[in-house]
Design a binder for this molecule. Structure first.
Ligand code: UD1
Length: 420
């Protein structure tokens, strides 16, 4: 198995260009089957989740090629409407294909999707949204069969602003005759990016980023060349890494306005942050201050995908920080590993109380999910001695070689293979 070995103590400095966002690329890959023309995604990072999504598309009959950093998706020969069981279990984003497959074939079948082990992650909101578009859904022995022959434009209300459900239903509606209104939708920047991609394909979608999205049906879409938005969580992770080491770094290819929630917490911890067009710089103090309270919420609230990285750096702040996880119920699983490194984190349900300590010590720890793995790596950057983060493959789901990013910024980190 792959592991990351970090020798802590190096102050990060330098510059790094942030890659495109996994959470933008995945729904965009799904949307690319809404036409039978080829689409090219420029600047597409090599992440394992993107690789799995490509494999699923191939199984459905699409051709997917990588040309350097560009990903080419040719859905002309796509013939299957049933998602491959084993692959779909590997990534939760396979559920995004339900809407586009329905739009194309008016029928679809999928097993319950997989993903990181960060909570229950049901798909009821996806199914409810599709039902409101007239899709009939039957579940037989774990397989969800969708019949879309009576699909129609409609007013859809979401009980909760789920990112994936919003994207799925947006894609299902783009070629329905008439106007579909989606209410109480998620407002994440990646949804705006999907809207932009769909509109470049010829769709008529508006309102992404607000509480209501309007989808005006069009007859057909066409292929496009598109550069997905930068990854705000990769950017946030690198800023947190710089912060905990007392470093100063500059990131390019960043959308600063997507980073407000993260930057305001880092400022609260004493970091100086400078934003300029698509670059962001951080200058961290010698000792971080704690933050009063960090509550994860749907955008524009604090993103759950950055929570555990902030927890990791709060372990070394001078005082007590409180974190409340409101989005996923199971996102404190790395507190135990951080405590083994010398941290003082007490978890009670959805709340973590972090009492800052002076020193963390290197240890052998285990990534249990993507962001948790990144958080342990960050902790290792400041820990005394050597930290080994096992199961680095989980980190590869969302970071294109995190060790290369950190090495370029001056960290002492390498990928090694160890016995499982
Ligand atoms: C997306 C992101 C993920 C991020 C999350 C929240 C992608 C590929 N992944 O995941 O990185 O952590 O948004 O910002 O974009 N829920 C239901 N029923 C549903 C769907 C969701 O109860 O049908 C619940 C989930 O269990 C969770 C909450 O809603 O508690 C948020 O989930 P959602 O916004 O759907 O996240 P994802 O789209 O899965």
């Amino acid at each position: 198995m792959d592991a990351l070995r970090i020798r802590g103590g190096k102050r990060l400095s330098g510059e790094w260009r942030v890659h495109s966002a996994k959470n933008a690329v995945l729904p965009i890959m799904a949307a690319s089957i809404l036409t039978d023309e080829t689409s090219v995604l420029l600047d597409c990072p090599e992440l394992s989740d993107i690789g799995y999504m490509g494999e699923i598309l191939r199984t459905l009959g699409c051709e997917v090629h990588r040309q350097g950093s560009a990903l080419e998706i040719d859905p002309r020969e796509m013939s299957r409407h049933e998602m491959p069981d084993g692959l779909a279990k590997k990534i939760r984003s396979s559920i995004f294909l339900l809407g586009p497959i329905l739009a194309r074939f008016r029928k679809a079948a999928v097993t319950f999707p997989g993903g990181c082990e960060i909570g229950m992650r049901p798909i009821d909101l996806h199914l409810s949204g599709l039902k409101q578009l007239g899709v009939q859904i039957h579940e037989v022995e774990g397989v969800i069969r969708c019949d879309g022959k009576n699909m129609h434009a409609a007013t859809v209300h979401f009980d909760y602003p789920s990112v994936g459900a919003t994207e799925n239903v947006m894609m299902a509606a783009v070629m329905l005759h008439g106007k579909t209104y989606l209410h109480n939708v998620a407002r994440e920047p990646e949804i705006i990016d999907l809207q932009r991609f769909l509109n470049e394909m010829g769709a008529k979608v508006s309102g992404a980023g607000s509480h209501t999205i309007c989808v005006e049906g069009v007859n057909r879409l066409h292929g496009v060349r598109y550069r997905p938005m930068p990854d705000r969580i990769v950017a946030g992770t690198l800023l947190a890494a710089a912060a905990v080491t007392g470093g100063s770094i500059k990131l390019t290819n960043v959308c600063c306005q997507d980073m407000y929630a993260i930057c305001s917490k880092l400022k609260e911890m004493g970091c100086v942050i400078l934003e300029n067009d698509d670059t962001i710089s951080i200058h961290a103090p010698e000792h971080l201050r704690p933050f009063q309270q960090l509550q994860t919420q749907p955008h524009p609230g604090f993103p759950t995908d950055m929570q555990v990285q902030m927890l990791a750096i709060a372990t070394l702040a001078k005082g007590t920080s409180i974190i409340v996880e409101n989005v996923f119920e199971n996102r404190f699983t790395h507190a135990g590993d951080l405590n083994r490194m010398g941290a003082n984190v007490v978890v009670n349900g959805r709340t973590a109380i972090v009492q800052g300590v002076n020193v963390l010590y290197g240890a052998r720890v285990t990534a249990r999910d993507l962001r948790g793995g990144a958080a342990l790596t960050i902790a290792g950057l400041k820990a005394k001695g050597e930290t080994l983060v096992e199961h680095a493959a989980l980190i590869d789901r969302g970071y294109e070689r995190l060790e290369d990013m950190l090495t370029a910024l001056g960290a002492d980190i390498e990928r090694i293979t160890i016995d499982a």
